[in-house]
Design a protein around this ligand. Structure first.
Ligand SMILES: C[S@@+](CC[C@H](N)C(=O)[O-])C[C@H]1O[C@@H](n2cnc3c(N)ncnc32)[C@H](O)[C@@H]1O
Length: 286
């Protein structure tokens, strides 16, 4: 398995937002329902995901009754990644890729649907504990030799190890709501994509049926933190997760942010999944 440095030292592979100087101001942002100085959020988010890393995959299944798998399958099917006859293999960047759920699905799709055994995924994340779980998983797959998947610590707001105009596809699943500066991350996505490259985001969103939204809010705030406590002995991290979902912009607002970063969107630019519990947003760098 090829693992680009650094796994094992979250400070050596990429500068933090604080180090890059863009967040060392007195500005505040939200961390769940709390207001915190902008420069503190990255570390708080890192702590959450270090705390949940080992139980992350199991908890995803428990909390969503396995539905996150269907959403991820739908996301990958919509993107249909893979080399086309006569074309070049794809360079795919999976941002906030964590334990690699999206990356493995994309490689499986490219291999099984397009008979493409060359396209590659670079999985980046600020949290090397999550990446380590992904790396461990990769060793049990057909990608264990590391020629098609790499893991690297990177902050999505900078992507300082990813060259301009270098990627065919940028994916981010259930990651972007945790970023301190979402517009900066969208600009970084635009910078690293080739012209014609596709930005794709799968994220929790706003439920579009009133009664279902009421049930969903009850479930989110009363049951999920309790499950976090019982299954992962970590109520606080799961309380943050539900609060961060509630704070994320609506489908329309987020589509506007994608447009503002320079992407062309087609139609409304998004597709709701399960009545808007999650949504897929896409944009193209023209
Ligand atoms: C809910 S997990 C999603 C993991 C994976 N994409 C999936 O769908 O299973 C969110 C991930 O976002 C990462 N993350 C949060 N802020 C980030 C940032 N600024 N840059 C890169 N990754 C970040 C976290 O470390 C965590 O691994």
């Amino acid at each position: 398995m090829s693992v680009s440095a650094p796994l094992g030292n979250s400070n050596s592979g990429t500068k933090s937002g604080k180090e890059q100087g863009t967040q060392a101001t007195s500005k505040t942002t939200h961390f769940g329902f709390k207001d915190v100085p902008e420069y503190e959020k990255e570390e708080l988010v890192r702590e959450v995901f270090s705390s949940v890393a080992k139980s992350y995959d199991v908890m995803n299944d428990v909390m969503s009754f396995g539905i996150h798998r269907l959403w991820k399958d739908q996301f990958v099917a919509k993107l249909d990644p893979g080399r086309r006859p006569g074309g070049e293999p794809l360079s795919i960047l999976d941002v906030a890729g964590g334990t690699g759920d999206i990356a493995f699905r994309m490689l499986d799709w490219a291999s099984d649907i397009h008979n493409d055994h060359q396209s590659k995924v670079l999985v980046v994340d600020i949290n090397d504990d999550m990446l380590k779980e992904g790396h461990k998983r990769s060793l049990t797959t057909r990608y264990a030799d590391g020629s098609r998947i790499e893991f690297k610590v990177q902050n999505a707001e900078f992507l300082d190890a990813v060259p301009d105009n270098s990627q065919d596809l940028y994916t981010v699943a259930f990651g972007i709501r945790n970023f301190t500066n979402i517009p900066a991350a969208l600009r970084a996505a635009h910078r690293i994509l080739k012209p014609g490259g596709v930005f794709a985001c799968l994220e929790f969103s706003k439920v579009n049926v009133g009664i279902l939204d009421m049930i969903y809010q009850q479930y989110s705030f009363n049951i999920i933190p309790l499950m976090g406590q019982l299954v992962a002995a970590d109520r606080d991290s799961y309380q943050y997760l539900v609060e961060s979902i509630a704070r994320f912009p609506s489908q329309k607002e987020f589509a506007g942010m994608i447009k503002d970063a320079g992407f062309e969107i087609s139609g409304e630019g998004y597709e709701d999944l399960t009545f808007g519990v999650a949504a897929i947003h896409t944009g193209v760098k023209v």
